[in-house]
Write a protein that binds this ligand. Structure first.
Ligand code: 5GP
Ligand code: MN
Length: 341
């Protein structure tokens, strides 16, 4: 997508005529989802709009310091208020996801709402469930795309302190601090402008990356030492964590973020999977380097999706059965993908 003006005209019209805008991030919101959500919030507030925010479930600890994060209403924690917000909204802007099942338990309420609905996102294969879809998988993050849209709507680049911090968190987390993902020279131009605006890069990095509990670091050591299985013959590795493992290390939301990337630094490993045991199901994360299409694997076998190199899904069975099923489909499919590695 190159010509943004085609989309910004309609988006701008929706925003101008909205009395109550609701911004929604996806279930298990990551730094990009919350970053983009807060950036859009701060921009719309600066225009005097009436804006609220909602997330389907809880926000991870390492994002709670962000300006405005305490204003995000969590659907599963405060249903009554969130239902009211959905009811009242005449414009719903959804960020960093492109399928309604990423709304979690709010899915039905949002999809039947009469509000104008907009998706702004950078994942592959967007679903058709809104009035306007602004999707660009070539962007490193929804935050980057959002900033371009806002700059276009605003006439000049919009930057305020909380906006710049939120955007920076979105870009940094979705690229693993500029390690992976589809960042471009354009990303760095935006980052340069954010730095010029005076954000404290070191402070933000410390809040996002160097703010873990000792239990979290020990859990990472345990996961790599005791729970990682390397399958060189399949150029793959996986990590699994049981509910008990998480309990033993006093797990809090977000603690396992990033673990799935670690096996990819092993020579000859191109595909990494993490299994996290939940109540009645298993949450899976997939990462690859090169051309292994994790989003196809996730959507075909694990009711999920995402990007080429980073996806997720879930499987409603025990951890053991999920791993066995995974090994079966991996073995059946790995050769099909091998020429792409
Ligand atoms: P993570 O592994 O960090 O949870 O997610 C990696 C990527 O996959 C993110 O872009 C996220 O949006 C996507 N993703 C994670 N879980 C799911 C899922 O259950 N369904 C879909 N469609 N995408 C997912
Ligand atoms: Mn994203």
């Amino acid at each position: 997508m190159t010509d943004l003006s085609k989309y910004t005209k309609e988006l701008s019209k929706f925003i101008s005529s909205s009395e109550n805008t609701l911004i929604i991030s996806h279930i298990n919101p990551d730094g990009d989802a919350i970053g983009a959500q807060l950036a859009l919030y701060h921009y719309l507030k600066s225009r005097g709009k009436n804006v609220s925010m909602m997330s389907p479930n809880n926000i991870q600890e390492f994002l709670k310091w962000m300006d405005g994060a305490d204003l995000i209403n969590v659907f599963i924690r405060d249903r009554k208020k969130c239902i009211k917000l959905i009811d009242k909204a005449d414009l719903i802007i959804m960020l960093d996801f492109n399928h309604p099942d990423r709304l979690g338990e709010a899915e039905n309420l949002v999809t039947v709402s009469h509000a104008k609905k907009v998706v702004i996102d950078h994942h592959l294969d967007p679903g058709n469930f809104t009035d306007l879809i602004i999707s660009d998988p070539s962007k490193c993050s929804t935050s980057e795309l959002l900033h371009e849209l806002i700059s276009e709507i605003n006439g000049v680049q919009f930057i305020s302190r909380p906006y710049a911090e939120a955007l920076y968190v979105g870009i940094v987390t979705d690229t693993g601090n500029f390690e992976y993902g589809s960042y471009s020279s354009n990303t760095f131009r935006i980052v340069a402008d954010l730095l010029d605006s005076g954000i404290e890069k070191e402070r933000i990095l410390n809040l996002v990356y160097n703010n873990f509990s000792s239990d979290r670091i020990r859990l990472q050591g345990y996961a790599l030492n005791k729970r990682m299985v390397v399958l060189p013959e399949y150029k793959s590795a996986y990590i699994f964590l049981t509910k008990n493992d998480l309990k033993e290390y006093n797990h809090v939301k977000g603690d396992t973020e990033g673990f799935v990337n670690l096996p990819l630094s092993i020579k000859g490993i191109y595909f990494s999977t993490m299994f996290i045991e939940k109540d009645g199901f298993v949450k899976l994360s997939f990462r690859s380097k090169g051309k292994f299409p994790t989003h196809e694997f996730a959507s075909q076998y694990f009711s999920g999706g995402g990007h080429l190199n980073a996806s997720g899904g879930e499987y409603y069975d025990t951890l053991d059965n999920t791993i066995n099923y995974f090994l079966k489909v991996l073995k059946e499919n790995i050769w099909r993908f091998e020429d792409k590695m």
